[in-house]
Design a protein around this ligand. Structure first.
Ligand code: PHE
Length: 448
């Protein structure tokens, strides 16, 4: 272990960074739209259960792998491996996660770019540059390229500065801002006409749907995406935590923050849809389901903001700034996976490695932008529906079956003297060995 690899300087630094990774477009866009499309609170209930019973244990597996290994995902997994085949297997799992993170970043950066473009639109409108304002929210190719490049530039800028001066410092600045904006927006929206109907749609469960297999699959996918699992991200963030910290509690706190912010985002988006309806905007698709996905964020909400006059300009600005910030604290974590690998395994200087990998991923984004109609969904599907569950499952297999049991228990005990009296100690090791891999595999197979 090299002393110069850096790490989080404080507990709060880790919490902000890991929560920053977890909280992203998945929470503020994905979760509310999935909830709207899947029977409201029924989806929320299933999501909560799966997030704590499956995603949290898998999340802990990744954090522990990293903290034990004190290195990038491949090296950390290889440190747990004793036999040659295990080392090869470790490479496949670790590198697979890194590829997965890179692929996610390649499409995430495009969508984040759209968020940024919608954030600057009201600014151009206010200063009277209406034709530019129209252009930045058009489907224009150059506009897509420009904002993707801008967003990637910001991501690279932060990661070049390293863990403490980059990831930690910016997460500590951006996360409170994001939360503040979210709360302000909720207060504003729930006081508008029509919002109470939205709250009802959100919080009234249609219990009959709770056991629908498709709902389970969507909720689990959402939970895994949200906790950034199967992408090497939590392994590398785990590796930057001090051995003195109580990982079990930290992991639980991050999960709680992630789930709570998704819930709060629901309190914003779903009432906002019904406020839009009260203003005459259509919020139901032809088949009677609520409009979701990109048309919700880029059509329904902007129409709503437009209808609010000058206040709407401000609200729209705040909303898309919120989205952009949430996306940025996630995208930096995606880039850190491959960068830490290049730095530690190939001895490339961090700044150089960051720029190189950033450009490489940007090239993939550009290819996607040129073929946006089919490639965006395709890459997203490969990375999130196949890559993430498979790699996350293999991480559980690694922890349960390959890691020496005494080493594992020892790692759990670090920074946590009373852990042996608690539930985690008794349940988690066998749970991760048997229940997690099987449950993830079952849901994954169903999703095929
Ligand atoms: N968790 C992030 C979100 O919800 C996305 C993400 C996925 C971040 C994978 C890192 C790795 O938007």
């Amino acid at each position: 272990m090299s002393v110069s690899r850096g790490g989080f300087s404080s507990r709060i630094g880790f919490i902000m960074a890991a929560a920053g990774s977890a909280v992203g477009l998945g929470n503020i866009w994905g979760f509310p739209t999935q909830t709207a499309g899947n029977g409201g609170a029924a989806f929320v209930l299933v999501y909560l259960v799966l997030a704590f019973c499956l995603a949290y244990p898998a999340f802990m597996a990744e954090l522990l792998i990293g903290r034990y290994g004190q290195a990038n995902a491949v090296t950390s997994l290889q440190k747990m491996s004793k036999r040659p085949w295990q080392k090869h297997f470790a490479f496949v799992v670790g590198f697979g996660g890194i590829i997965c993170a890179s692929l996610i970043l390649s499409f995430y950066g495009i969508i984040a770019g759209w968020m940024m473009s919608y954030a600057v639109e009201p600014v151009f409108t206010v200063v009277g540059l209406t034709s530019i304002a129209e252009w930045v929210i058009s489907q224009d190719l150059v506009r897509n390229l420009l904002f993707t490049v801008l967003f990637m530039f910001m991501t690279v800028y932060i990661i070049r500065r390293g863990v403490e001066q980059g990831i930690e410092k910016w997460s500590k600045r951006l996360m409170p801002m994001m939360l503040g904006l979210l709360v302000l927006l909720i207060i504003y929206v729930v006081n508008q006409e029509g919002a109470s109907e939205g709250l009802q749609a959100y919080l009234n469960p249609d219990i009959s749907r709770v056991l629908e297999p498709d709902l389970l699959v969507s909720a689990l996918g959402q939970a895994f995406f949200s906790l950034s699992l199967g992408t090497s991200v939590m392994v590398i963030y785990g590796s930057y935590i001090s051995k003195k910290e109580n990982l079990v509690t930290l992991g639980a706190q991050v999960t709680l923050i992630d789930v709570s912010i998704a819930f709060l985002a629901g309190l914003l988006i779903i009432p906002a849809m019904y406020v839009a309806q009260a203003q005459g905007v259509a919020i139901f698709a032809e088949d009677g389901s609520l409009i979701s996905g990109s048309s919700l964020v880029f059509t329904v909400l902007p129409t709503l903001f437009d209808s609010m006059g000058s206040m709407g300009l401000f609200i729209g600005f705040a909303f898309f700034v919120l989205m952009s910030i949430a996306a940025l604290t996630s995208s930096i974590s995606m880039l850190e996976g491959p960068v830490s690998y290049a730095v530690e395994r190939h001895n490339i200087a961090r700044e150089k490695a960051t720029t190189l990998i950033g450009v490489l991923i940007l090239l993939i984004s550009i290819v996607i932008v040129f073929n946006i109609s089919f490639m965006l969904d395709m890459v997203a599907m490969i990375a999130t529906q196949y890559g993430q569950p498979i790699i996350a499952m293999l991480c559980c297999v690694f922890v349960g079956w390959i890691w020496q049991r005494n080493e594992l228990l020892n790692e759990i005990k670090l920074g946590n003297e009373t852990v042996e009296n608690g539930l985690f100690w008794k349940v988690w090791p066998w749970y991760t060995k048997f229940v997690c891999p099987i449950a993830i595999a079952m849901v994954f197979i169903h999703s095929l």
